[in-house]
Design a protein around this ligand. Structure first.
Ligand code: ACO
Length: 165
């Protein structure tokens, strides 16, 4: 019997919030961007379980312990004319990696995307994260090399919004 045979992938509930937040902080450290983090336990809880949630989460649970999580929300493609499922984060705790938990999380997300009639699923990955890139390719995803992420930081927004026309 595999070590993760009693794994459950389920929709996150409010009491999972702090654990999900910790996994997101661990992901930020893995991605070497922890110095940019502004989110707190409170902001994560509000985003996922507040009155008007900005995102949803699913968790991978093994023996009553959360060992992985994904956070996602819906975007919209004007070209496809359908909502998409945007995967913001996926993370499996280091000691549980390589046991197909990430795969099960992605299968679960694909099921949600199918049930909700999404036109596509999308996410970004750092170019040095070759293990994750290989994993995504193996799951049937395509890496769009010709697209670049364009971003305005909050300072950028402030500056631009105050610029003379
Ligand atoms: N350790 C082990 N395997 C890894 C790792 C890792 N750090 N990263 C990627 N993999 C690959 C392996 O090549 C493996 O392929 P194999 O089974 O053929 O050997 C495959 O992923 C493993 O598949 P699973 O066991 O289903 O994946 P896992 O449970 O390890 O989850 C994940 C994959 C989520 C990438 C996990 O390894 C992880 O959390 N890595 C660190 C954080 C990360 O890279 N997150 C994704 C960032 S991008 C985003 O969030 C949108």
């Amino acid at each position: 019997m595999s070590k993760v045979s009693n794994l459950t992938i389920r929709k996150a509930i409010k009491s999972d919030s702090d654990k999900i937040h910790q996994l997101l902080m661990d992901l930020a450290a893995f991605e070497k961007i922890e110095h940019t983090v502004e989110a707190t336990n409170e902001s994560t809880q509000l985003a996922l379980f507040g009155e008007s949630p900005s995102a949803e989460s699913i968790v991978a649970e093994l023996d009553n312990q959360i060992v992985g999580a994904a956070v996602f929300f819906h975007n919209y493609s004007t070209f496809i004319g359908k909502e998409g499922l945007y995967l913001e984060d996926i993370y499996v705790r280091p000691e549980y990696r390589g046991q197909k938990i990430g795969r099960k999380i992605l299968f679960h997300l694909a099921k949600i995307a199918e049930q909700r009639k999404c036109g596509r699923m999308e996410w970004t990955v750092l170019d040095w994260n070759t293990r994750a890139i290989d994993f995504y390719k193996e799951m049937g995803a395509e890496i769009l090399e010709e697209w670049k992420i364009v971003r305005l930081s909050s300072e950028g927004i402030e500056k631009l919004s105050n610029k003379e026309q």
